[in-house]
Each structure stands twice: as structure tokens, then as C-alpha cells.
Design a protein around this ligand. Structure first.
Ligand code: GLY
Length: 261
């Protein structure tokens, strides 16, 4: 049964306003608000019984508060990824020392070029990891997925590929909240890969809200997505609501703001 003890987060820098975005119409993130939202996020995680390690802001990497992308942490070990966006690739060297505080050499592996992989494309369901083949995780796609799956298999875990057509990352549109329950939106609603789960279909006008995180029995839901919140509560979960609207402006959400393990 999944249980998380640790979470790693990184404070946003003022450079967050220059983060990569597919939605410039939402405007640039306002730093002061982003910091407030980050503190609220940290407090919500603390309420879920995890120890939260807070890393300092890195102004040279505008998207570096999205710590989920440069690493994937499993119950058996950590994989430092090779982020697919040029402006984010160096984040892998910045996250590694924080990850090594929890894992020895034998339990830290690396994805190596020419393939690329973002942790936001990896969704853990028990010992199985779904890996989205996306704009970030597609260069030499087959090779990188083989690398990733070989590392998993070395630890007795397994992975499978899910091709993406529309969204940035796999977890932009599909998120597992344990107990066989999965939030699905858009292109993921009818994907055969997820047919065996109890699917909570997120309406198009709340698609961003599909990015919820389960932390030790509590589901953290983004503020402003009432249909998602009710659906999760109706399943019997305790919920916490956190405003992530500043991060949404740069394609960020609840899952990419932390590494949970
Ligand atoms: N702005 C988050 C990302 O593009 O990875």
C-alpha cells in the first residue's frame, strides 16, 4: 500500500514570470501571489503527515519550482531524468543533491541523452509506471522508454508507454488517487490503457482540475474546480484545496510542484 513519508518542493523565483507557457493569454505569474500559494501548498502537504524539504529558489531556471520533472522517485530508488525543454535541462543537476540525501549511489539512476524524459509524464500506480510519450518525452522516444523501463525492471517495478496527442504532460490530464480511482480528462477519457480503473471523468471546463494529488489518504485539489472537488469528496476522500492559479499561468499544477515518496 502506498504511503509517503517525504516531499521535496522548491520555492519559485521571481523568474517564474518567464516560465514556459502554452497559455500566454492568462498573463504572467505574479511573484508575491505565487509565493503565498507555495506556502499554502507546503502547509497542505504538512497536514498530510509528510516531512517537507524546501529547496531554495533558482532564478536561473524559471520553471525549477516544478520539481517533479527533473526526477522520478519510486519506492525502490530515484531516477534523475533528462528534461525535454532546453531551458529546463540543467534542473536535473540541481535536484540531484536533494534526492541523494535520501538514496545512496546504488539507488540513484539517470536517464541519458539523446533521449529526454520529464517526470510530469510519469504516473505511478502501485508498482506500475505509466510513461507519457509527449513533446518532452519523445526525442528518441522508444530508446528513452526502454531506458526508463529497464531501470524500473531492475528494481522489480514495470513501466508502459502512453502516447499523448494534446496535453503537455501525462499528468496534465490523468491522475491516480489510489483505491483504483483515476481522474481523467480530454484525450485520456477513452484510452484503453486506463479501462480497468474507476474513472472520474473531469468536464472540459474543469480540465485543469484533473491534476490532483493523493497524499496519505487526503486528496489535494486545485481551487476553483467544484465538480472535481465534489467527485473526489463523494468517493469518501478527505480533501484540501489549494490555489495554484499563478502556476497555471505557466502550465504548472499540484503534481509538478512536488516530489512525493
Ligand atoms: N512551465 C512548465 C513546463 O513547461 O515544463
Amino acid at each position: 500500500m502506498t504511503k509517503f513519508s517525504h516531499v521535496i518542493i522548491r520555492r519559485p523565483g521571481k523568474s517564474l514570470s518567464n516560465g514556459i507557457t502554452s497559455a500566454p493569454e492568462l498573463g504572467q505569474p505574479i511573484y508575491e501571489r505565487a509565493i503565498e500559494e507555495h506556502y499554502d501548498y507546503e502547509h497542505a502537504l504538512e497536514q498530510c503527515g509528510v516531512d517537507v524539504s524546501v529547496l531554495p529558489a533558482l532564478e536561473q531556471y524559471p520553471d525549477s519550482c516544478f520539481v517533479e520533472d527533473p526526477a522520478v522517485i519510486t519506492r525502490c530508488g530515484a531516477i534523475i531524468t533528462n528534461p525535454g525543454a532546453d531551458s529546463r535541462n540543467g534542473e536535473k543537476d540541481e535536484i540531484e543533491p536533494a534526492v541523494r540525501r535520501f538514496f545512496d549511489d546504488e539507488h540513484v539512476k539517470h536517464i541519458v541523452s539523446p533521449g529526454t524524459l520529464d517526470g510530469g509524464d510519469v504516473m505511478m500506480v502501485g508498482d506500475h509506471f505509466y510513461v507519457g510519450r509527449s513533446a518532452r518525452t519523445n526525442e528518441e522516444g522508444i530508446q528513452i522508454l526502454r531506458q526508463f523501463c529497464e531501470i524500473l525492471e531492475g528494481w522489480g517495478l514495470e513501466g508502459s508507454e502512453v502516447p499523448l496527442e494534446e496535453v503537455l504532460h501525462l499528468k496534465t490530464g490523468v491522475n491516480y488517487i489510489e483505491d483504483n480511482n483515476m481522474l481523467v480528462s480530454g484525450e485520456f477519457i477513452d484510452k484503453p490503457d486506463f479501462a480497468q480503473y474507476n474513472k472520474i471523468v473531469v468536464p472540459e471546463d474543469e480540465a485543469y482540475g484533473a491534476n490532483c494529488i493523493w497524499v496519505n489518504g487526503t486528496v489535494i485539489v486545485a481551487e476553483g474546480y467544484p465538480t472535481v472537488l465534489k467527485a473526489v469528496q463523494d468517493l469518501g476522500y478527505k480533501t484540501l484545496v489549494v490555489d495554484t492559479s499563478e502556476y497555471r499561468k505557466v502550465d504548472g499544477g499540484l503534481s509538478c510542484l512536488s516530489l512525493r515518496f
